[in-house]
Design a protein around this ligand. Structure first.
Ligand SMILES: Nc1ncnc2c1ncn2[C@@H]1O[C@H](COP(=O)(O)OP(=O)(O)O)[C@@H](O)[C@H]1O
Ligand SMILES: [Mg+2]
Length: 148
């Protein structure tokens, strides 16, 4: 079953400077060996229920760290044989608990629907979304309080 790659860093990996309505920023990247993005994988075939659960768990780990993804769509979720990765953290923010968690999930659901509407129905069924939510509702860390 794929796990989740989500590392807590003690120092900032990026720096930005704002100039009126625009900004420039530094970014550090590392290429990960993946099978493809979630969108690419769905174009090829259906995912296992364990993969959907792992995606939900991965998103939950980021949310538990307060990471609000500004553009959580199926292109920004990468899958390898063992792990799920979230990428593209441009404009993301660290936030306290709030409705933004649900908004991230709504954004991903919209993206999945848009991407799969013309594909065979088994590529993204209601049961897949429920598996993702099941993963999301599991505790992300040992000793964590139960999910709401
Ligand atoms: N760290 C990475 N490892 C492997 N592939 C990546 C990585 N980052 C990006 N990619 C690939 O590049 C694509 C675009 O990257 P992304 O950071 O989302 O750029 P954009 O801001 O243009 O959406 C991704 O969908 C993925 O296929
Ligand atoms: Mg992207």
């Amino acid at each position: 079953m794929p796990g989740c790659r989500c590392r807590r860093r003690s120092r900032r990996a990026t720096a930005t400077s704002h100039h009126g309505f625009t900004y420039t920023g530094d970014i550090i990247t590392a290429r990960v060996a993946v099978v493809g993005s979630l969108s690419e994988c769905l174009r090829t075939g259906a995912l296992s229920v364990l993969t959907w659960i792992a995606i939900g768990r991965c998103i939950r780990r980021f949310h538990d760290l307060g990471v609000c993804h500004a553009d959580l769509n199926a292109h920004n979720v990468l899958l390898s044989e063992e792990a799920v990765y979230l990428i593209d953290f441009d404009r993301c923010e660290l936030r306290g608990p709030g409705l933004w968690c649900d908004m991230n999930l709504v954004r991903l659901r919209r993206s999945l629907e848009k991407l799969t509407w013309a594909l065979p129905p088994e590529r993204f069924a209601e049961a897949d979304w429920h598996a993702l939510l099941d993963g999301y509702r599991q505790n992300s860390a040992p000793g964590a309080p139960p999910a709401p």
